[in-house]
Design a binder for this molecule. Structure first.
Ligand code: AMP
Length: 579
């Protein structure tokens, strides 16, 4: 039974599998590899994931959710159609969809997956990702860091015996930098650094804010739909800068068409703070790796935002080395996870590859500081330690007679606990001894998946208290998992075979909502026309019309809508779609 590799992205998700001596991407129902990580619950209570759901983000934002990966491992709850979902639940729907696509593609049942996560994901986020897999009916034994997956695939392509890479993985929501040292079949991740809150989506936000400001609009007065339309336009404009020097944004707000023309120079100036923020993790990764820039052989850029020429130019500028942009920057991580699946299955071509990963952040214990009231962080596992790693440290109670101990388990590089992330708190009793303090041996074990287990041994009694560090909604016992799986199973994935029709309808509905006047009337006509065709239930006719509708919608996507109507009417007439 095949193991699939999944890149569960903030914006898009992909699946890959090791097949015929290589990692191959798994197509979805539309024959595409990228499935938008967007979930919609329709009026029948069916789950719609991907492209159709992305359309619904504009027409039915109240029943649709995107970018939930940003909240993984938190207690956030979203309400869609009066039902509550955690980010883990929503991620499990995306995984369910990818599993279904893989089963269709491979014609076999899939039970196991390896999932990639940003290197900077903490324990809560990693455990939540594993749990999402369980909820989707997948066994997830391994979690792999996205930059490590990217490095693995890059090395498989380059086949260098000895090489040192700096991998810049710039996605929708995160920037991950890793320094990778290759020697024979050993791929060693030497250092990683990143910014969990910096990505291509921030450029969309900037363009969106500028559009709102220049058109003298008030964000508070915009409807959810209007906001989504502007955001979609902003992303389109950002992507257009790959080819054009000046881009126009258009959106109908309050029934009026608003526009903004912006040049590439203005766009770069607008994003200058974001560019500058890229430098810090790059410097940190290099410094931690103890390699100089001259010792780096190649700079590799992956992730969707590597498509932006301005980003590539900036990386070139700060590293003084021309980055290599992978031919498929959005696919590299997934292909790497697919390769990892091949390694796990011990396929001959990859069975000797050894990839060593590291812990990207420092893990420690909060201790009372003699000189201030603040809890200080005492590091137990230093950042960039090779995994798996297990370290112990002795701590003691503050005073004789103390009977209760509270251990703050923290992650981060700051001196004080308040500035770091508290992953969990262990609280337990210690024997009361009036004239001596108690010693507690704390052991941190960080496994290859980046999941932390903490044990505390009370030295005087030998009692061991242990805790797997997981956040509130990522902790579920077997019974709770089974119950949640059952609850979520009530919600069925929208039937695959109706996906194509559904996407066409969703796109026309979006055009209807986004526009006014003639275009809206025309979209209204198209919706009625298409629904009538669907009502015939004549598969041949539906397929024939689908083909033509796809062409029409393509015109709407690429040309300004008002110019399209004339063309479309003519096309429909010529094709015999209307009298
Ligand atoms: P990822 O998280 O790697 O899937 O990357 C998603 C990000 O890449 C989103 O912010 C997209 O808007 C951005 N992106 C994808 N394609 C392009 C492109 N051709 N030009 C600029 N940005 C892009």
């Amino acid at each position: 039974m095949a193991i699939i590799g999944i890149d569960l992205g903030t914006t898009n998700s992909l699946a890959a599998v090791w097949k015929e001596d290589k990692s191959v991407l798994i197509p979805n129902v539309f024959g595409e590899y990228l499935t938008p990580s967007v979930v919609h619950i329709d009026q029948n209570g069916e789950i719609i994931v991907g492209k159709i759901a992305k359309e619904k983000l504009i027409t039915e934002p109240e029943n649709t959710m995107a970018s939930f990966k940003r909240d993984m491992g938190t207690d956030k709850v979203y309400t869609l159609r009066n039902r509550e979902f955690t980010p883990t639940d929503l991620s499990s729907f995306v995984l369910r969809k990818l599993k279904e696509d893989a089963e269709q593609y491979l014609q076999e049942e899939i039970e196991e997956a390896i999932i990639s996560v940003p290197a900077y994901f903490n324990d809560n986020q990693r455990s939540a990702t594993k749990l999402a897999g369980r909820l989707a009916g997948l066994k997830v034994e391994r979690i792999i860091n996205e930059p490590s997956a990217a490095a693995l695939y890059t090395q498989m392509q380059n086949k260098q015996e000895e090489c040192r890479y700096l991998v810049v993985d710039f996605g929708g929501g995160t920037l991950d930098i890793s320094v990778v040292d290759i020697f024979d079949d050993v791929i060693e991740i030497v250092a990683v650094a990143g910014d969990n809150h910096l990505g291509g989506d921030d450029f969309d936000t900037l363009l969106m804010e500028t559009f709102i400001e220049k058109n003298r609009l008030e964000i508070k007065k915009l409807t959810k739909q209007e906001r989504q339309s502007i955001r979609k336009e902003a992303e389109r404009a950002k992507i257009a800068f790959s080819k054009e020097k000046e881009v126009q944004m258009n959106a109908f707000i309050g029934g009026m068409e608003r526009t903004l023309s912006i040049t590439e120079k203005e766009f770069i100036n607008l994003g200058k703070d974001l560019f500058i923020r890229m430098q810090e993790p790059i410097d940190k990764a290099l410094q931690d790796s103890q390699f100089s820039l001259e010792e780096i052989d190649e700079v590799i850029m992956v992730g969707g935002s590597s498509h932006m020429p301005s980003v590539v130019n900036y990386v070139h500028y700060i590293l003084k080395k021309e980055p290599k942009i992978s031919a498929n920057p959005d696919e590299v991580v997934a292909l790497g996870v697919g390769t990892y699946a091949g390694i796990k299955e011990r396929f001959e071509a990859v069975k000797d590859i050894l990839i060593t990963d590291i812990c990207p952040f420092t893990l420690g214990v909060g201790i009372v500081d003699e000189y201030s009231d603040e809890l200080k962080m005492s590091p137990v596992i230093e950042r960039n330690s090779t995994l798996p790693v297990s370290r112990e440290q002795m701590f003691n109670t503050i005073m004789p007679g103390q009977t209760r101990v509270k251990i703050f388990i923290c992650q981060g590089e700051h001196r004080y606990v308040k500035d770091n992330t508290v992953l969990g708190i262990m609280e337990f009793n210690v024997p009361c001894s009036k004239d001596s303090i108690q010693y507690i041996l704390v052991r941190f074990t960080y496994d290859i998946n980046g999941i932390l287990v903490v044990d505390a041994k009370i030295c005087s009694t030998g009692e061991i208290i242990n805790k797997c560090i997981v956040g509130k909604n990522t902790t579920m016992n077997e019974e709770e998992i089974t119950a949640r799986v059952k609850e979520l199973e009530e919600l069925k994935l929208h039937p695959r075979k109706r996906d194509k029709n559904r996407l066409i309808l969703a796109k026309i509905e979006r055009i209807f909502e986004e526009n006014v006047g003639e275009i809206r009337k025309f979209a209204d006509y198209l919706i009625d026309y298409y629904n009538a065709v669907l009502d015939t239930q004549d598969a041949k006719r539906i397929a024939w019309v689908n083909h033509r509708m796809e062409y029409i919608l393509e015109l709407f996507e690429t040309e300004p809508a008002n110019r399209v109507i004339f063309e479309v009417r003519k096309y429909m007439h010529d094709e015999g779609m209307v009298e």
